[in-house]
Design a protein around this ligand. Structure first.
Ligand code: SAH
Ligand code: MG
Length: 226
């Protein structure tokens, strides 16, 4: 099997990916974001397996840290990543909240804008031809999206409403045998917010997705073949 051929993510005989180029890892490290190294590696591995089969789509771009790993894998495999975000930040990123970063506020309009930071990250990573950014609300983009997804990574809004929407509107677009990766899954409330666990992860298992891998708060599931 050549590296260009499609493989199943859960095939035990699947060859390991070529390691993330060191230069790209440095770019990802320099980007603001919320993604530990071991979770980044697991995302890269899943995208490497799936990119030959179709589009890899991320909900929740922020400054492009995870998109760098997804993009590095897709580039290595001749694939494409689409990353969706309104770039205005989640509830917890707003001024006065725990995860606010004042550097991310656009002084001209006084609201958050992570798009320029994402653009710098993709430029530095040399991924501008591989990662396609869609700027808009997750629900608005899902409403006009019909291309089957080889891999879906959900890391968008963590409020209950957004998790319910992302599950309902995006997971049906994952192709049979495709991968669903979910970030910030915390079964124990002491570890973090419950919405991704309760409103994405558990419903995905109910819908027949099979969990294949767990790294930190990242869960990787596979959609049944039919
Ligand atoms: N994956 C990123 C982190 C994403 S943070 C990384 O690894 O660094 C979550 C992002 O989701 C924020 O940038 C926020 O703007 C976006 N977001 C939250 N709710 C959204 C919605 N309803 N539609 C589109 N994007 C949303
Ligand atoms: Mg996250």
């Amino acid at each position: 099997m050549t590296s260009g051929q499609a493989q199943r993510y859960d095939d035990p005989a699947r060859p390991a990916p070529i390691p993330v180029p060191a230069a790209l890892r440095r770019v990802a490290e320099a980007a603001k974001g919320f993604l530990p190294d071991d979770e980044a590696d697991a995302l890269y591995d899943a995208a490497w397996a799936m990119a030959p089969r179709g589009v890899v789509l991320e909900v929740g771009t922020y400054c492009g840290k995870s998109a760098t790993f997804l993009g590095a894998a897709a580039k290595g495999r001749g694939g494409t990543v689409v990353t969706v975000d309104h770039h205005r930040g989640s509830e917890e990123n707003q001024p006065g909240w725990e995860w606010h970063d004042p550097e991310l506020v656009d002084p001209a309009v006084g609201v958050m804008d992570t798009l320029p930071f994402f653009r710098r990250t993709m430029h530095a990573a040399g991924l501008e031809d591989t990662v396609v950014a869609v700027v808009g609300r997750s629900t608005a983009v899902a409403a006009i999206w019909s291309t089957p997804l080889a891999m879906l990574f959900i890391d968008g809004g963590h409020a209950v409403e957004h998790c319910i929407n992302d599950f309902a509107h995006w997971t049906p677009k994952v192709m049979p045998g495709g991968v669903l990766a979910i970030h910030d899954v915390f079964p124990d409330p002491a570890d973090g917010g419950q919405a991704p666990y309760e409103h994405i992860y558990l419903p995905a298992l109910d819908a027949g997705f099979t969990e294949v891998r767990q790294v930190g708060s990242l869960r990787v599931l596979v959609k049944p073949d039919r």
